[in-house]
Structure formats: structure tokens, C-alpha cells
Design a protein. Sequence first.
Length: 158
Amino acid sequence: MKKEYKMSAARQQELQDELTYLKTVREKEVAELIKEARGFGDLSENSEYDEAKNEQGKLYSRIAELEDILLHVVIIDESEGASNAVSIGCTVTVVDLKTGREMPPYKVVGSQEADPMHRAISEESPFGKALMGAKESDEISVEAPVGIIHYRVEKIER
């Protein structure tokens, strides 16, 4: 089974722009660093050369990663999906059933757009998986390190 990377068209464009930058500008910068480091003498004891080669390895690794992601991208149209069930692109408000506390809204996104610090939750995360397909007033359970946490879906917005 091939891996799919679900994301918005805007995120795909961001990754494409990063790939273009890395292949054009950054690749030339790293090549120049290596060329400069070679001029410092014996390569076996040349820390600048080692560092430049490490940077080159990281660069090529990131380029390969971006190419793989962009090759297997699936663009999610956030306007699609059942309007009354949680899907990618929805903003969801839940209530912790143990405390009765309403949590701030979460946006459900593809794995390449997840940013938990800004409440963008991947649909592949345990919380995201539990939310997917849920409807308002449904109760969901999420397995967490502290145990199973129970929530009720309060509001779904597109």
C-alpha cells in the first residue's frame, strides 16, 4: 500500500516552493561551502569540510523527502464531506466529559499540516482518528498516556 499525504492545495504549494528553493539556491550555497572548505587543506582533519558534507547530506535528504511527499500528495477539498460529520478541514469543539470543560476549537487537517501548538490536529493522530466521522453530540474516546479520555462533540464548523 502506497503512502498518501493528505493536504490542502496551499500546503502543497508551500512544499513545492521549498523544494524549488532547495534545488536552486540552497544547493548552490552548499556546493560553495564545500568548495571553500576544500581550500583549507587536508580533508581528513578538516572540520569545515566535514560540516559542509553533513549539510549537503541533510539537504539531499530533505529534497528526497519533499519529492516523495509531492509524488504521493492527495489534495483535500475542505468543502467536500458530510456537513454534519467531522472530516478534514472541519473545526471541532469538544467537551471533556470527566471535567465538563469545553475545550478550545481544533481544526482537523492532513498529517503534513498538523501543528498541535496552533490547534491543528492531524487526522492520523489518536485524537484525530477518534474525531473523524463523529457527529454533533457523539461521544468519542481517545487513548492517551494518562488513560482513556472521553469527549463529546459539541460543534462542527466547515
